[in-house]
Ligand binder design. Sequence first.
Ligand SMILES: [Zn+2]
Ligand SMILES: [Zn+2]
Length: 134
Amino acid sequence: MLKISKFFEAFLELVYPRLCAGCKGASTAPICKECLSKIEMVDETSCRYCGRPTEYEVEECRDCRGKKLYFDKARALFVFEGVGKDVIHSFKYDRETRLAPIIAEQIIDRNWYIDLDLVTFVPLFNRKKIEKRL
Ligand SMILES: [Zn+2]
Ligand SMILES: [Zn+2]
């Protein structure tokens, strides 16, 4: 049974080669090393409230100061630009679920789960839902 599934996997790989979520080149990993290195990760120096990258750690940044936001605090793994944006789009629109363990591992590494109530996504706009017929 195991051999058949391996054969089937190899066949699928031949017909539908796996692509990197960033550059869309052939890659056995969901994201190739080169693209992974291009993602701008958000480190400890970020706004403690909204999670935006800042020059140094602040309680509130100029983007969230004085605004009524509907969460206690938010965190981001990486900046939503360039390859980071491609990765999120691949996850959301192409259903590239192989990225989920990679993202989960990053969350675990940062110990965010200790005081975490919810891991969620930024919902699609209704228009996009209609386009996707969800
Ligand atoms: Zn790539
Ligand atoms: Zn902020």
